[in-house]
Structures are given as structure tokens and as C-alpha cells.
Design a protein around this ligand. Structure first.
Ligand SMILES: Cc1cc2nc3c(=O)[nH]c(=O)nc-3n(C[C@H](O)[C@H](O)[C@H](O)COP(=O)(O)OP(=O)(O)OC[C@H]3O[C@@H](n4cnc5c(N)ncnc54)[C@H](O)[C@@H]3O)c2cc1C
Length: 398
């Protein structure tokens, strides 16, 4: 496996960089760079611009409106967006439910859902976790009972990111409780405007509202919205989880954060008349993380190279475990770099409409909320302990 980039890859990267830079609205870039909290509308706006360029769902095959790019090209595309300061896009439609629909959906479902997802017309959320069923996902209890051409769904989901803003949810429900846990699970696509769905916000430690509790009380879901076969949902769910874990590796975002951190360290005083970057201890921490990030980048290339089919499978667990370690460590050093300017607790300052003078340098206001947000990295998409179990059993065969 040759890891040096080819002339074709360098040309591809230059094309992406030039196009992204030309189309990214200056106000969106400024928002991303200042570290304010992005809204759903920011991501949707950028997604629609990409869709206009034919890049709305680059990871999909060409026959479904994707770009048919290789794993390496997709990686370059993501990296260039992160480096340019583009708003991150919601992964649920394009990277999660889209590939499942392509692999297992009927042609009617593909025609109905894929173009709307690609063009950022539908916003999706993921209904997997339940109170009591997170790591042990197969124990989930939300029930779907067949009634004519509908299922009647009752139960509760929790930690559902963006449920309050989503048009659709892809949900795991139990259609049979008699056999092995994994065998009675079904995937349903649920219209979030259906009668009987309610949600309550869960505000996280950084002050953000992303998470929700979602209740289903006699919610009717057409059988036509079932993916694949009844009771075979666990297979589709696992296919999706492999992709999700690789997503949380956040390599491009960490690359950007590292660059920002270096630039802060070059300007921030260390309290002893010098700059932070001149402190050997600080520099050593940064350098160690840069080495880790480079190793992760190479591992990512290896996983992509091996997963020619486009799914990353168990390699996703390695990427997630290492990637979240790095992103958490970077956010910790960022909080350290801003020192006491990180102490004022002003969540409102993270709103783009905030126009009071900043306390300390502008880049300081997002540092501690980011540090707190990144604690969730080792929980969401499967906890760190679960990734280690997957690596031990499935990758190392222990
Ligand atoms: C920010 C955030 C966003 C999320 N978004 C979504 C979403 O959009 N949709 C969704 O469905 N879910 C979402 N989740 C939920 C997430 O997938 C679960 O929190 C996660 O899978 C862990 O489940 P749990 O919280 O029930 O913890 P538990 O499974 O109860 O785990 C508790 C502790 O026990 C450990 N543990 C459990 N089992 C084992 C084992 N076999 N071996 C070793 N240790 C073990 C865990 O590692 C953990 O430390 C989100 C979570 C967060 C934090």
C-alpha cells in the first residue's frame, strides 16, 4: 500500500479546495472560525450549496446521485471542507440512512427519500438508544405491532440528537420479543410530524440543546416505511453503526483544531513574559498529539483502502477510539491555552447575535464549552469500552 498522494489526488484536492473556497459564503466561514454555535440553518444552507454543485451526497454511488468517489477522494473532500472552515453537515441523512436505503431499501423508498436527503430537504435523526438500552442496544423495548398496513409504535427513545428539528427518524423497534433479542428488531422510517410523537429537550453541560427524549404513543407508521425484512433490522443497524463510528473519528476537525491551537500558542502569553509555544512542556504535548493524529490519518487510509466496498466495518472502532482520544486531548489543551479567559460562563456569547465585548480574546469563548462537549465523544456512537471490546474480539480475534 503506497500512502504518498498521486498526481491525480493532488489535482483532485486542488479542484476541491478552489471550488469550496469560491462557494463558501464569507459569513458562514466567519461563524465557523469564531467558534459560535452553529444552527441547523447554517448546515442546511451549506449542504444546499454543495447539492447545487452535484456534491450533496458524495459518498453515494453515481446511479443514486452520488459522486462515485473512492474512499481516499471522499476523505480529501471532507478534509478540505474542514480546513476551509465549512459548517459540518448533519451525518444522519447522507452518511447513515442514505447508504442503508441504497443497500436495503426498495426502489420506491429510494426514489422517495434519496433525492430529498441529497438536496437537504429532509433532516433526519437516529432513534436507536433507549433508557436502559445503549451499549446493550439489542435489548431495546420500543414496540411495533402490525395493524393492517401500519405498525403501531409505543415506547421511548433517548439521547436523540436533533429530534426536535428533524423531519424523519430511522428507528429500531421490536416487532418480536419471543426469540433471540437480535432477531426481533425491525428498522422503520418515521415521519416526525406523525400524531403521538412528543419530545423533551435534554440540555447538555455546555448549555446546548441537541439531545432529546422522544416518546411514541400509538404512533401509526406505514408498513411501506419498513427497511428490508421484518425482524432483520439488526443486520441493517450494524451496517450503519460501522459507518457511524468512523465518522466520530473527526480527523479533519482535529487537524483544524490543532492548527488553531498552534496559532493561539504563538500569540498567547505564558505568564512569564514569553509565548505559550516557547514552553517546552506545552510544545511537547502539542507535538505528541500531532504524531498521534498523523498515525490516525494513516490508519484511516489503511481502513479506507481495505474497505473498498465503502463500508468501514470493524475498522471504524479503531478510528473512533483513537480519534476521540485525540479530539478530547486537543480540547483539553485548548482550554489550558486560554487559561483564565476560559473561566467566564457566558453561553449567550456563543450565539452569533451576541454583540457585547468579549471577555479576553475572541477565540477563548468557545474553548471550555468545546472541552465539555468533547467529553461526550467517548459515549456517543458506542462507548470507548465497547470499541475496545470490538477491537479485541473482531479485529484482534482475542
Ligand atoms: C452527545 C450524544 C449524542 C447521542 N446521539 C444519539 C442519537 O442521535 N441517537 C441515538 O440513538 N443515541 C444517541 N446517543 C446515545 C449513545 O449511543 C449512548 O449513550 C451510548 O451507546 C451508550 O449507551 P448508554 O448511555 O445507555 O450507556 P450504558 O450502555 O449504560 O453504559 C454505561 C457504562 O457501562 C459501560 N459498559 C456497558 N456495557 C459494557 C460492556 N459490555 N463492557 C464494558 N463496559 C460496558 C459503558 O462503556 C459505560 O461506561 C448519544 C449520546 C451522546 C452522549
Amino acid at each position: 500500500m503506497d500512502l504518498s498522494s498521486s498526481a491525480a489526488e493532488r489535482e483532485f484536492r486542488a479542484h476541491i479546495r478552489e471550488t469550496v473556497t469560491r462557494h463558501l459564503p464569507a459569513d458562514l466561514k466567519a461563524k465557523v472560525e469564531s467558534g459560535v454555535r452553529l444552527k441547523k440553518a447554517d448546515g442546511v444552507r451549506w449542504h444546499k450549496i454543495l447539492a447545487g454543485l452535484g456534491w450533496g451526497a458524495p459518498n453515494w454511488p453515481k446511479e443514486h446521485g452520488g459522486c462515485g468517489w473512492s474512499g481516499g477522494e471522499l476523505y480529501i473532500f471532507e478534509e478540505e471542507q474542514a480546513l476551509a472552515g465549512c459548517p459540518p453537515l448533519s451525518p444522519f441523512a447522507i452518511k447513515m440512512v442514505g447508504p442503508v436505503l441504497i443497500a436495503f431499501g426498495t426502489s420506491e423508498q429510494q426514489e422517495r427519500f434519496l433525492p430529498r436527503a441529497r438536496n437537504a430537504e429532509d433532516y433526519w435523526c437516529q432513534g436507536y438508544s433507549e433508557p436502559g438500552s445503549g451499549s446493550d442496544l439489542a435489548s431495546l423495548q420500543t414496540k411495533a405491532v402490525r395493524s393492517g398496513e401500519d405498525y403501531i409504535v409505543n415506547g421511548m427513545k433517548i439521547w436523540t440528537s436533533y429530534a426536535h428539528e428533524a423531519d424523519w427518524m430511522f428507528a429500531l423497534v421490536r416487532t418480536d420479543g419471543s426469540g433471540k433479542q437480535q432477531e426481533g428488531i425491525t428498522v422503520l422510517l418515521i415521519d416526525m410530524r406523525t400524531k403521538g410523537i412528543s419530545h423533551r429537550p435534554i440540555i447538555t453541560i455546555d448549555g446546548a440543546h441537541i439531545l432529546n427524549e422522544v416518546r411514541f404513543d400509538d404512533v401509526r407508521v406505514p408498513v411501506a416505511n419498513r427497511i428490508g425484512e421484518e425482524g432483520k433490522g439488526w443486520t441493517y443497524a450494524k451496517f450503519l453503526l460501522g459507518n457511524e463510528r468512523a465518522l466520530i473519528a473527526q480527523i479533519a476537525a482535529s487537524t483544524r483544531l490543532l492548527a488553531k491551537l498552534k496559532s493561539i500558542a504563538k500569540t498567547e502569553a505564558n505568564g512569564f513574559g514569553g509565548r505559550l509555544i516557547d514552553e517546552a512542556d506545552f510544545r511537547a504535548k502539542l507535538a505528541a498529539l500531532e504524531v498521534e493524529l498523523e498515525a490516525l490519518r494513516i490508519t484511516n487510509e489503511r481502513v479506507l483502502y481495505e474497505a473498498k466496498t465503502g463500508t468501514v466495518g470493524n475498522g471504524g472502532a479503531i478510528l473512533k477510539s483513537k480519534g476521540t482520544f485525540i479530539s478530547q486531548a486537543l480540547s483539553e489543551i485548548m482550554a489550558e491555552a486560554v487559561a483564565f479567559y476560559g473561566a467566564p460562563w457566558l453561553p449567550a456569547a456563543l450565539d452569533a447575535s451576541w454583540n457585547e465585548p468579549a471577555i479576553g480574546p475572541d477565540y477563548a469563548k468557545g474553548a471550555v464549552p468545546l472541552y465539555m462537549r468533547q467529553r461526550a465523544n467517548t459515549i456517543e456512537g458506542g462507548t470507548e469500552e465497547i470499541q475496545k471490546n470490538v477491537i479485541a474480539k473482531q479485529v484482534l480475534g482475542l
